[in-house]
Design a protein around this ligand. Structure first.
Ligand SMILES: *Cc1c(COP(=O)(O)O)cnc(C)c1O
Length: 395
């Protein structure tokens, strides 16, 4: 990053970082759909492969379009380095493969994205890396779960679907005391709302599939952090193991970052208005949204998320699963899908979809009640979203 880029505000970074005009003089970034790159000489090829000379080699680990996306996202997160991956899950996998080994231990929030829990339990477990799951906002519980061999703390904040807020400063301190990596999946907030590296996180992970694209078009992921962990270790894992992002998808994400701040502000505005309205509706037992005065961690959320309280609202309706299904089925505009972070509002019943594969006891512990419904609030008019939900909530 040049010195001026370093001082730019987020909105400017989102639009300007990572653009390098070619001799064609294009104003919008080109897409480099090429699997490999040609060298001027055998000597240059040797120098590129050894890393002696920086430059493109092969698109599994070097591609100008992917690099442009990485530079832009790294700047927005305030990180030194970014590695782009083929999905959010491969970002988690690459981070773990790059930094952990057999015998290591992870402490993770029990409210993580379902596949992340599956990756830890089923795949890392098989390699001899054990995970202990704890309540996201119980700092003592995190400290108690630490072992001498704990090498990683892993969280999402706010949590899904109950929007619990993790105190990142407190967890960073625990991680540093144990020389463990503190990893934050910043999928729900994006750097437009929250920048975990400023609160002591060592690594930030993204599913670019969600708000970074924000338009439901492509699957991708990213890992952001310092030159040692991400620039060296995660990058070398990407180079060797190959969970890479395609240049075309990188181009989509790169362009999408240009509107990230605007979109996130609109998601937050709509979600806040919807949450306040839901509180007043019949048959709504509880509304989970960090911006509400009733949210126990509102102050912490405001501190960690200066950009806004986010676009995810969950609510518990009367009548358990039947009440939840009635609400979901009576909505005609909202899309019934487990995806989130789209321009279109989506509605889902976590207990029978995103959290169906964990046991009833684990669901209970995570607070995923049968009457719980999660809404990813999109960019439609909030009046139309309310109108779509009102019949399903009526007495
Ligand atoms: C979707 C999601 C992931 C996984 O990302 P993919 O791009 O679907 O692989 C990881 N973490 C969170 C919080 C997610 O919502």
């Amino acid at each position: 990053m040049s010195e001026s880029e370093d001082h730019w505000q987020l909105a400017t970074q989102g639009v300007r970082v990572g653009t390098e005009r070619t001799s064609a003089g294009e104003h919008s970034e080109p897409v480099y759909l090429t699997s490999s790159f040609a060298f001027a000489s055998a000597e240059q090829a040797a120098a590129r492969f050894s890393g002696e000379e920086p430059g493109n080699v092969y698109s599994r680990f070097t591609n100008p379009t992917v690099d442009a996306f990485c530079r832009r996202l790294a700047a927005m997160e305030g990180g030194q380095c970014c590695v782009a991956t083929g999905s959010g899950m491969s970002a988690v996998l690459a981070t773990c493969l790059a930094t952990l080994e057999a015998g290591d231990h992870i402490v993770a929030a029990h409210s993580l994205f379902g596949s992340t829990i599956g990756l830890f339990n089923n795949y890392l477990g098989k390699l001899g890396i054990e995970t202990t799951f704890v309540s996201p906002n119980d700092v003592d519980g995190w400290r108690d779960a630490m072992r001498p061999e704990t090498r990683m703390l892993f969280v999402e904040t706010p949590s899904n679907p109950l929007t619990e807020i993790v105190d990142m400063t407190a967890l960073a301190e625990i991680a540093n005391d144990h020389q463990a990596l503190f990893v934050v999946d910043n999928c729900f907030c994006t750097p437009a709302l929250q920048r975990p590296l400023e609160f002591g996180a060592h690594v930030v992970i993204h599913s670019a599939t969600k708000y970074l694209d924000g338009q439901g078009r492509a699957v991708g992921g990213a890992v952001i952090g310092d030159a040692d962990v991400v620039g060296d270790r995660v990058f070398r894992c990407l180079r060797t193991c190959g969970p890479s992002m395609s240049p075309f998808n990188a181009w989509i994400f790169h362009k999408a970052l240009e509107t990230l701040e605007l979109r996130m502000a609109a998601h937050c505005r709509n979600a806040y208005a919807l949450a306040e309205w839901l509180v007043e509706q019949p048959n709504v037992e509880h509304v989970y949204y960090p911006g509400l005065a009733s949210h126990r961690q509102r102050d912490l959320a405001a501190r960690q998320q200066p950009g806004g309280f986010g676009g995810i609202v969950s609510l518990r309706v009367a009548g358990g699963r039947e009440g939840a299904f009635k609400l979901i089925n009576s909505a005609t505009m909202l899309s019934i899908t487990a995806n989130l972070g789209d321009t279109r509002s989506t509605i889902v019943h976590p207990a029978s979809t995103t959290h169906a594969r964990i046991s009833a006891a684990e669901r209970e512990r995570a607070g995923v009640a049968e009457g719980l419904v999660r809404i990813s609030v999109g960019l439609e008019s909030v009046d139309d979203i309310k109108a779509d939900l009102a019949p399903g909530l009526g007495g």
